[in-house]
Design a protein around this ligand. Structure first.
Ligand code: FE2
Length: 291
């Protein structure tokens, strides 16, 4: 099937692809195999985003170890499950089950110690975890989280595109989450073959696309499956235009307002200075991180 989007044009000058990134195969937690798509060297370029991990496997050996108890401070994690079930427990006694199509939005703030463990022993496990930075003034806020079941994620429906609006807004559909300072946009795009989707974006916001099914064209550049396209902050641009190639395509479109602050990271702690990192380690070791 070939499809043509009938929505009125929203974007007059679309962004170009600045570079295409394959990511790095790695493992984290207790041996969970994943691809680190947004790596440390892209943190400044894609400010306020710190990391994007993609995991997808049919082999339980790749995921059963899960992510046992570990700390976080200074940023937010957004976990999006495409397939599978993951249980979350934290040091404050909160617990939630994340399953097919659901999102967990966790603000570590001053500190959380939690586990993220698969609640299945076979079958497919697929999803993403995005790390979103907090402004210096927000890093020591109390921890907070919200589980968003799949049915609570608003969807934009166009003739040949379905867009799950996890955060921000798209064509008048307000997403499940809003954040003032970083203004994150997080869309899961499902496009029919040949479908065109346009998304307005402020030129100053950093933006990227991760294709996880099929392939897209952005401007004149094809972006293959399991590739991330970093979008240029082209002066005068007002958005991005994506076109699915000859198969159904699915992709995450992620954008946000840069914080423009120093980024200091030590493992699961992301602060502004080395002293603040040392304080985080000290607080963790003395049992006061999540107190
Ligand atoms: Fe975590």
């Amino acid at each position: 099937m070939t499809a043509t989007n009938t929505q009125p044009a929203a974007v007059t000058l679309g962004r170009e692809v600045e570079r295409i990134v394959a990511g790095q195969p790695t493992s984290d937690g207790a041996g969970v195999k994943l691809t680190r798509v947004l790596t440390h060297d892209l943190q400044q370029r894609l400010d306020p985003f710190l990391m994007l991990d993609a995991f997808g496997t049919d082999s339980p050996d790749d995921y059963t170890g899960g992510f046992p108890d570990h700390p976080h401070r200074g940023f937010e994690t957004v976990t999006y499950m495409i397939d599978g079930r993951m249980r979350h427990r934290d040091s404050a006694g909160h617990e939630g089950l994340l399953s097919n199509g659901g999102v967990q939005w966790m603000t570590a703030g001053r500190g959380v110690i939690h586990s993220e463990m698969p609640e299945q022993h076979d079958g497919r496990m697929e999803g993403f975890q995005l790390w979103l930075n907090l402004a210096a003034a927000d890093k020591m806020r109390p921890a907070w989280y919200r589980d968003i079941p799949s049915g609570e994620i608003p969807e934009l429906r166009q003739p040949c595109a379905t867009v799950r609006v996890i955060a921000g807004a798209s064509h008048g559909v307000r997403g499940a989450m809003q954040r003032e300072r970083t203004e994150p946009l997080l869309l899961d795009l499902h496009l029919a073959p040949g479908a065109v989707f346009e998304q307005p974006l402020p030129a100053a916001h950093n933006a990227f696309v991760y294709v996880y099914r099929g392939a897209l064209a952005i401007g004149s550049r094809p972006v293959d499956t399991q590739r991330m396209a970093v979008l240029a902050n082209t002066p005068g641009s007002d958005g991005v235009v994506l076109r699915a190639l000859d198969a159904p395509a699915r992709a995450l479109l992620i954008a946000g307002a840069p914080l423009g602050e120093p980024i200091a990271q030590y493992g699961p702690f992301v602060m502004n200075t080395r002293d603040e990192l040392m304080q985080a380690v000290h607080d963790y070791q003395s049992g006061r991180l999540a107190a």
